[in-house]
Ligand binder design. Structure first.
Ligand SMILES: *Cc1c(COP(=O)(O)O)cnc(C)c1O
Length: 367
C-alpha cells in the first residue's frame, strides 16, 4: 500500500498530461511559457482572488511575502509552533523574530486565544514591532480565520495564510488561499495539488502586493527587465510544471471530494476509542493528511508496518524544540503542541485509496 499514490493519479490522467508535456517540448518556452500564465489565471479563478502569482516552491512563496511586506530585524511575526519548518524559517531568514503560538487541541491549528496572549506579551515588552501573523492550514483544514482576521485587525498585523497543505479547503463558500491579506501554497508532489517537482504560488487581492511579488520573483525587475529596482530572487514556476498542473487542477475539485469520502470512510470504520479528526461546522478540509492522536504510537506504527501499511509522523518536533530555535521564546510553554507532537500519527491518504485498504487498516488498528 502507498502512503500517497501519485502513480494511480498519473495513470488516470496519462494521456492529457503527456499531451501537455509534449506541447511544451514542441514550443520550447521552458521559462515563463504560455502555460504558466494560463495556469495562474485558472488558479486565481479557482481560489477566487484577483492575483495568483506562481513561483519555484512553497518556501519561496512565503519568503516572497516576507520581502513584499518588508519584514526585517526588530519585527515580530507570529506563527504556530506545530507546523512544517518552512513557516518559521522564512521569518528568521528575513532577520525578524518568530513568536511561536500554541495549537488548538482539536483542530491542531493555531490557537487564537493563545495568539492574542502572545501579541499582548510582545506589546508589553515593548521591544519588537508587531508586524504579521503566518497562520497555517494544517493537514488540509483552514485555520480559524473569522477569529484570526479580527485579531489581525485589532493589532494592525498583516495576516499571511500558509495554505501549502490547505489548498482545496474551504470555510463556507470561500476557498483556502483567499483568507490572508496575502496567501501562499506549495505544489510539492505530496501536497493536495502537487506537480512533478517543486512549485508554489502566492495569492492576493492587493494590486500593490501583486506587483511587488512579480518583481521580487524575477531579481527585483522594474518595468524594464534589465533595470533592477530592488534586490529579489530567481523563483519562477517551470513551464513544464505549469503544464502538468493545468491537467491536475482540472480534476482537483473531484479529488477533494474523493479525499472527503475517504476521510468519512476512515471516520466510520475506525474503532470507537480513536478520536477522529475534528472538522468544525462549515469548514471543508482538503485532507493533506488524515491524522490521529494515539496513546501508543510506536506500537501501532510498527504493527501497521508489519502488514505493509505505511504511516508517518507529521510532526514529531515543534518549532520551539528545533535546535536552531531553542534559544528563542525560551520562557514560553507549549504543553498542547508538545502533547500533539508526541502522539500524532498520519495514515495513508490520497484520492485513489480503496475502501478495502481502509477496512484492512481499521481491522489492524482494531486488534
Ligand atoms: C510543504 C510546506 C511548505 C513548503 O513548501 P515547499 O514547496 O516544500 O517549499 C510550507 N509550509 C507548510 C505548512 C508546508 O506543509
Amino acid at each position: 500500500m502507498n502512503f500517497i499514490d501519485l502513480g494511480a493519479q498519473y495513470r488516470n490522467l496519462k494521456d492529457k498530461i503527456d499531451k501537455r508535456i509534449n506541447a511544451v517540448l514542441s514550443h520550447g518556452k521552458y521559462i515563463m511559457g504560455p502555460e504558466v500564465f494560463e495556469f495562474e489565471q485558472k488558479l486565481a479563478d479557482y481560489i477566487g482572488v484577483k492575483h495568483a502569482i506562481s513561483c519555484a516552491n512553497g518556501t519561496d512563496a512565503l519568503q516572497l511575502c516576507m520581502m513584499c511586506l518588508d519584514v526585517k530585524p526588530g519585527d515580530a511575526v507570529f506563527c504556530p509552533t506545530f507546523t512544517f519548518f518552512a513557516t518559521a524559517e522564512v521569518i528568521a531568514m528575513a532577520g525578524a523574530t518568530p513568536i511561536f503560538v500554541e495549537s488548538d487541541n482539536s483542530t491542531f491549528n493555531i490557537c487564537p486565544i493563545d495568539l492574542e496572549k502572545r501579541i499582548k506579551g510582545v506589546l508589553e515588552e515593548g521591544v519588537l514591532n508587531l508586524k504579521s501573523i503566518i497562520s497555517v492550514d494544517l493537514f488540509g483544514l483552514p485555520a480559524n480565520y473569522p477569529k484570526l482576521k479580527k485579531i489581525a485587525q485589532k493589532y494592525g498585523l498583516i495576516l499571511i495564510e500558509d495554505a501549502a497543505q490547505g489548498f482545496g479547503g474551504q470555510i463556507g463558500d470561500k476557498k483556502a488561499g483567499s483568507f490572508g491579506d496575502i496567501s501562499t501554497t506549495s505544489f510539492f508532489p505530496a501536497k493536495p495539488l502537487g506537480c512533478y517537482g517543486d512549485g508554489g504560488a502566492v495569492f492576493t487581492d492587493n494590486d500593490d502586493f501583486a506587483e511587488l511579488i512579480k518583481s521580487y520573483r524575477v531579481h527585483g525587475k522594474g518595468s524594464d527587465k534589465y533595470d533592477n529596482v530592488r534586490v529579489g530572487m530567481n523563483s519562477r514556476l517551470d513551464t513544464l510544471q505549469a503544464a502538468i498542473l493545468l491537467e491536475k487542477l482540472s480534476v482537483f475539485p473531484k479529488e477533494v471530494e474523493l479525499r472527503n469520502e475517504i476521510a468519512n470512510l476512515y471516520n466510520n470504520s475506525l474503532p470507537d476509542d480513536f478520536v477522529v479528526p475534528q472538522i468544525p461546522p462549515g469548514y471543508v478540509s482538503s485532507w493533506a493528511q488524515y491524522t490521529l492522536m494515539v496513546d501508543d504510537r510506536e506500537h501501532l506504527m510498527q504493527k501497521l508496518k508489519s502488514k505493509d501499511i505505511p504511516s508517518m509522523i507529521y510532526y514529531a518536533t515543534c518549532m520551539h524544540q528545533q535546535s536552531v530555535f531553542k534559544d528563542m521564546n525560551h520562557l514560553a510553554k507549549f504543553p498542547v503542541s508538545e502533547s500533539i507532537a508526541s502522539s500524532v500519527m498520519s495514515l495513508p491518504m490520497h484520492p485513489y485509496l480503496q475502501s478495502d485498504d481502509i477496512k484492512k487498516i481499521s481491522s489492524i488498528l482494531q486488534d
